[in-house]
Design a protein around this ligand. Structure first.
Ligand SMILES: *Cc1c(COP(=O)(O)O)cnc(C)c1O
Length: 383
């Protein structure tokens, strides 16, 4: 058994970002400033969009996206039950009503046919999540949006590298929201970004993310000298710090290298698990780029002899940390109380949510770490 605990989702942090954080500390400019602007430029260039606004989380980005699209109480937003609670909470915080459509059992992404069934006169937006880094069927979702005049917010927390039929995830809908949380493909610790091709939306995201103060109010403490600002709207405090951007601006330069490393690990897992009774991720699509954020296995008790939770415990006892992405959203008590949702509303999400387990998949893993994961999974199934 391995000596030290393999923490799930550990990022690889390298010398350039360590040096940049120290430089940031020594400059004593910690808050939003030139490094945040540089990180925004680098992400925008990588994704090929004109506008990017750095924020303190993807959750903040999802909330602001709902706000700047003008969602109102009574408006409905269709989203997926196979996501992190932040996706649904953002809709609720904006005052709108979340509506769930079930996922496709193979891709685990929103099923456009289910989405179409949930559209009502009140529907104002779609909020697809590119689950695990696999692109949603955006042609079908954008067609629904066109037919019913809906806005589209893409939750790209897993999907920074994702491409769909030549288009980059997060640039297909009106706004794309990205996460740089510690376990994501590119990290700043906590952090997020909203991307858009619409300058007006970008300006409103920026303003609403900094109290609703007039443009560039953060410059009020720079050597340009103090300038008065106006408060134009009642906004939020969601801006990204330079201290965060100091990490991200170097991480983004290694995005392809890290993706290639995760592809090696992914390929090895697929090969080594091929003979086991586990459900493995669907084959990688050929006309799309998968961001390879989560490697999820399905542990079905009837086939494996043990439940997902038993597998999780056995791996834990072998010093392997895993994650669960996700127990289906309608199983969470707050949504049951508030919206009357039942797990049986989304049978595909329920089926996945009760069986899914995410194995370590970051560029920090050594070949020996990957061997330990494979050995522990095989052993757990033998007992
Ligand atoms: C991580 C995650 C979020 C939230 O990101 P934060 O940056 O932690 O706010 C939202 N949606 C999905 C699908 C996520 O995985």
């Amino acid at each position: 058994m391995r000596q030290n605990y393999l923490v799930f989702g550990q990022p690889l942090l390298e010398q350039p970002e360590i040096d940049e954080v120290l430089a940031c500390m020594k400059s004593a400019w910690l808050g939003t400033g030139p490094k945040a602007a540089e990180f925004e430029r680098r992400v925008a260039a990588y994704k090929g969009v004109p506008f990017a606004v750095g924020l303190n989380s993807c959750t903040a980005g999802l909330h602001l996206a709902c706000v700047v699209l003008g969602l109102q109480p009574g408006d409905e937003v269709i989203t997926t039950p196979m996501t992190f609670c932040a996706t649904v909470n953002a809709i609720v915080h904006a005052g709108a009503t979340p509506v769930l459509a079930d996922v496709d059992p193979v891709t685990m992404n929103l099923d456009p046919a289910q989405v179409r069934k949930k559209v009502t006169k009140k529907t104002k937006a779609l909020l697809p999540v590119h689950f695990a880094g696999r692109a949603c069927d955006m042609d079908a979702l954008m067609a629904i949006a066109r037919d019913h005049d809906l806005k589209v917010i893409e939750d790209c927390a897993h999907a920074i590298e994702t491409e769909y039929r030549g288009k980059k995830a997060g640039t297909i809908g009106d706004l794309g929201c990205f996460s740089f949380y510690s376990t994501k493909n590119i990290v700043t610790g906590e952090g997020g970004m909203v991307l858009t091709r619409d300058e007006r939306l970008a300006k409103r995201v920026k303003m609403m993310g900094l109290h609703g103060m007039s443009a560039d109010a953060w410059k009020r403490f720079t050597d340009d000298g103090y300038k008065h600002y106006d408060v134009e709207e009642v906004g939020f405090k969601y801006n990204m710090m330079d201290l965060q951007a100091a990490i991200g601006m170097h991480q983004i330069t290694r995005i392809e290298q890290y993706w290639q490393r995760r592809l090696q690990i992914w390929t090895r897992y697929m090969r080594e698990f091929a003979d086991l009774p586990l459900g493995l991720p669907a084959a990688l699509p050929t006309d799309e780029r998968h961001a390879l954020h989560l490697f999820t296995i399905l542990v079905d008790k009837a086939r494996c002899g043990i439940s997902r939770d038993e597998m999780l415990m056995r791996l834990h006892k072998q010093n392997i940390g895993t994650g669960v992405h996700y127990r289906a959203i309608p199983g969470m008590s707050v949504y049951q109380r508030r919206f009357g949702w039942k797990p049986s509303d989304c049978p595909n999400a329920l089926h996945i949510g009760d069986r899914t387990l995410s194995l370590p998949l970051t560029a920090k893993l050594t070949d020996a770490d990957v061997t330990d994961v494979i050995t522990a999974v095989r052993q757990a199934l033998r007992k």
